[in-house]
Design a protein around this ligand. Structure first.
Ligand code: PGA
Length: 249
């Protein structure tokens, strides 16, 4: 972790009904009892975003969407625009999560257009990149992720806040994580590319690690140089686990 204030983001994915709001209240109670160093955000399903924001905002927890369309309005049944996420109270929106890239064949170009839409709506995009197990075993991880980063991050990142999430696909939801050396190597490379492209602004971009981050491994991962926070799926659903990760930052 560098001098940057860590950012811990919970990605609830397609989990959470009204009852899950109680977890946010519980998290809030814990945050009242102990000061933490990190900024915190939760990205619930869109159906919960407005209500969760009402609960989370007074607790100092930001919220975000998990995806959005790249257009502002129009004939796109079932889609949600970044402006709508902002209207529902979001501060962030994830763009290009590997599950969206896989389930909805999202390309780098589309992810970049979404990230631009997120920025235009006044929100901060969390742009995700990450290699498959096959790519890693072939020794291609660094190159694949570099290509995704270059293709998915819009040029406007030189002036606007963006966050990058590095999530090796084979580590998501599997309980398996890369070695700390592998994470360090990847994050150093991502930083180098961002600084080459955006100069000083590239130094200030948060690089989150995601993929099976848990209370047990969070402190180790969050201490890796150039890891500026975490993007947490499964372990963000329960207040106890999520709080432990937040306090490890
Ligand atoms: P996980 O998911 O923490 O459940 O592995 C992380 C993510 O996909 O954002």
């Amino acid at each position: 972790m560098t001098g940057m204030k860590p950012l811990i983001v919970g990605n609830w994915k397609m989990n959470g009904l009204t009852g899950a709001l109680a977890q946010v209240e519980k998290l809030g109670e814990k945050l009242r009892q102990q000061t933490v160093r990190a900024d915190i955000a939760i990205c619930p399903p869109a159906t919960l975003l407005a209500r969760l924001t009402e609960v989370a905002r007074p607790l100092g927890i930001a919220t975000g969407g998990q995806d959005c369309h790249f257009r502002v309005t129009g004939p796109h049944t079932g889609d949600i625009s970044a402006q709508m996420l902002a209207d529902a109270g979001a501060s962030y929106a994830i763009a290009g999560h590997s599950e969206r890239r896989a389930d909805h064949t999202e390309t780098d170009a589309l992810v970049r257009a979404k990230a631009e839409a997120v920025i235009d709506a006044g929100l901060v995009p969390i742009i995700c990149v990450g290699e498959t197990e096959r790519e890693r075993s072939r020794g291609e991880a660094i190159d694949v992720v570099a290509r995704q980063l270059i293709g998915s991050v819009p040029q406007v990142a030189a002036e606007k806040t963006v966050v990058i999430g590095y999530e090796p696909i084979w580590a998501i939801g599997t309980g398996v994580t890369p070695t700390l050396d592998d994470i360090a190597h990847m994050h150093e490379n991502l930083r180098r590319i961002l600084v080459e492209r955006f100069g000083a602004a590239g130094r200030g971009i948060h690089l989150l690690y995601g993929g099976s981050m848990k209370p047990q491994n969070a402190a180790g991962i969050l201490a890796v140089p150039e890891v500026n926070g975490g993007l947490i799926g499964g372990a963000s659903l329960l207040a106890d686990d999520f709080f432990e990760i937040i306090s490890a930052a």
